[in-house]
Design a protein around this ligand. Sequence first.
Ligand code: SAH
Ligand code: MG
Length: 187
Amino acid sequence: MDRVSKLIEEIRVYGVNNEVPIMSVETIDTIKKIIIENNIHSILEIGTAIAYSTINFASTPGVEKITSIERDDDRYSIACDNVSKSELSNIRLIHDDALNTIIEDKYDLLIIDAAKSQNTRFFNKYKENLTENGMIIIDNLEFHGYVGRSKEIKSRNLRQMVGKIEKFLKFLDENSEYDVEYIEVGD
Ligand code: SAH
Ligand code: MG
C-alpha cells in the first residue's frame, strides 16, 4: 500500500471508531469511477468532516483541485492535520458554514454531503459554481432506509429531517434543469 492509501485507511478506521459519518468504501469507489470517466478536474465538496472523502478524491487521477467546506471546529482541525499528513497540494479546506460561504470559482463536480435537511439550499446556492455540463452528487438520499417512511418515525427530529429529504427528492423529480440519476450504493 502506498503512503496516501495507508493514511486513507487510518482515517477510515478513526472515522468508524469515532462515529464520524464518512462515506462508505463503496460510495468512495463509485464516485472515483465517476470522476475518472467524466474527466473531472475540479471538485467543490460541502461537508469535509475529517477529510476522508476529500483526500480520497484529491488523490484520484485527473483531479487538479478540490475545495471542501466544514463548519465544525473539531472536525475541521482534524481535517487540516490529515490533509497536511497527506502532503497533497491540491486541497483547500474552508472553515465556515457553507450556507454563508462565498465561492467565486467554478467546479466540474459539486458533492453535497452536509446537513441533510439543507440539501435544497446547498443545491440552489452552489449550482452557480458549476462549469458548463457540471455534475452534482448528493450523498445519503436513502438515509439509512428511512426515506419514504417518514410518517412512521417516532422521533420528531428524525421524522422532520427525513421529511426534508423526501421533499428534496420531490424537488429533484420536478426539476427540468438537470438529468437525475439515483445510484444505489451506500445509502
Ligand atoms: N464527506 C465526509 C463526511 C461529511 S459528514 C466524508 O465522507 O468523509 C457531514 C459533515 O458536514 C459534518 O462534519 C458536518 O459538520 C458538516 N456540515 C453540516 N452542515 C454544514 C454546513 N452548513 N456547512 C459546513 N459544514 C456542514
Ligand atoms: Mg454522507
